[in-house]
Design a protein around this ligand. Structure first.
Ligand code: EPS
Length: 345
């Protein structure tokens, strides 16, 4: 399976191409829209107020409601782009953004917001992920769940009630913590600052045997996929960095005829799935677009002060849960197909 996306946040449209999806999967624009709605901007006061309809169109690869096996092309028009918001930074580099590195690499400055590096790009990951989620559920009974595990200093997974995750704009699994999150975000938004977050996800029902032993390990591919999401600064599989302070006797997941006694491995041993839940945790940095002035340089190397205008998320992690789920689904579908190609199973 191969997914590529295209488009800029303030261009006319964004899109993606999904290559290698098997034929016969029933899929509709409406099913993809349900997932897109979970990630979209402007759906609560805690996220960017840009209003995009995210009205996805299937342009190819689906006939009479089913995938045909040919490349699937998805398309979304940008209906609320406002590139004039960025006129003042046309020759400036915003700290924390990709402005400087894009300029160093390509030698020109597309100053229309993040452009290609904008989180708007993640829309298409969620669209492609909707397909992967459905395929995994239908062919293998796999379910994928994500949730906000931490926002700033607030742990959100203290009393996990998974079926409530979609009932609040944070994807918080502990309903009792939602008022605390709201108060924290209201205060943060007023201050003009931003914060980071951690999103956790797990896949249940993944059979043992998916992944490659050395090149293309399942955990390595998951790390690559998660790290490719905008604003990701860390990825953990299973116990992740907690493994550093664990003893071997604690970390090893002992085995009994009834199954494993723990899952510090995150469902992956030697790059191959063990049949346990596959678990992943992703750290998102605080949003770099701030209306609070900061020091930077312009394209000529002069010292300047930067103030970012426009509509921004005080915490990009709030909308990241569906994106992490989508990337988990896409990597698993890819490995399912690779496993089938090699073993016929
Ligand atoms: C983003 C900046 C804001 C967000 C955008 C992500 O948009 P603009 O480019 O208009 O300043 O609204 O998010 C989306 C549009 C989206 O659909 O997720 C950024 O710089 O990453």
């Amino acid at each position: 399976l191969r997914v590529t996306t295209w488009g800029e946040s303030h261009g006319p449209a964004i899109g993606c191409v999904i290559d290698g999806c098997p034929p016969g999967l029933e899929i509709s624009e409406e099913e993809i829209r349900v997932e897109l709605e979970r990630r979209a901007t402007g759906r609560s006061r805690h996220t960017s107020q840009r209003r995009e309809a995210d009205d996805v169109k299937i342009l190819s690869g689906v006939f009479e409601g089913r995938t045909t096996g040919t490349p699937i092309s998805l398309f979304i028009e940008n209906t609320d782009a406002r590139s004039k918001d960025y006129g003042n930074i046309a020759r400036q580099f915003r700290p924390g953004h990709a402005d400087y590195t894009y300029f160093k690499k390509y030698g020109h400055r597309d100053y229309r917001g993040g452009g290609r590096s904008s989180a708007r790009e993640t829309t298409m990951r969620v669209a492609a992920g909707a397909l992967a989620k459905k395929w995994l559920a239908q062919t293998h009974g796999i379910a994928i769940h994500g949730w906000l595990a931490q926002l700033g200093e607030i742990r959100c997974d203290t009393d996990t009630q998974w079926d409530t995750v979609n009932d609040n704009p944070f994807f918080c699994p502990d309903p009792a913590r939602v008022p605390e999150l709201e108060a924290y975000m209201d205060k943060l938004r007023k201050s003009g600052d931003s914060t980071g977050a951690r999103v956790d996800a797990r896949a249940t029902g993944v059979p043992a045997g998916w992944g490659e032993p050395v090149y293309g390990k399942l955990d390595a591919d998951l790390a690559t996929a998660m790290m490719s999401i905008n604003a990701t600064k860390g990825v953990e599989i299973g116990a992740g960095f907690d493994s550093v302070s664990q003893l071997g006797t604690e970390h090893r997941d002992e085995m009994t005829p009834e199954g494993f006694l723990g899952n510090h491995a995150g469902g992956i041993l030697g790059g191959i799935s063990s049949g346990q839940d596959v678990t992943v945790s992703v750290a998102f940095k605080p949003t770099s677009s701030l209306r609070l002035p900061c020091r930077s340089i312009d394209m000529d190397g002069n010292e300047i002060e930067v103030v970012t205008k426009g509509r921004h998320d005080p915490c990009v992690g709030i909308r990241a849960t569906p994106i992490v789920e989508a990337m988990l689904a896409l990597v698993l579908m890819d490995h399912a197909l690779r496993h089938r190609g090699q073993t016929g199973q």
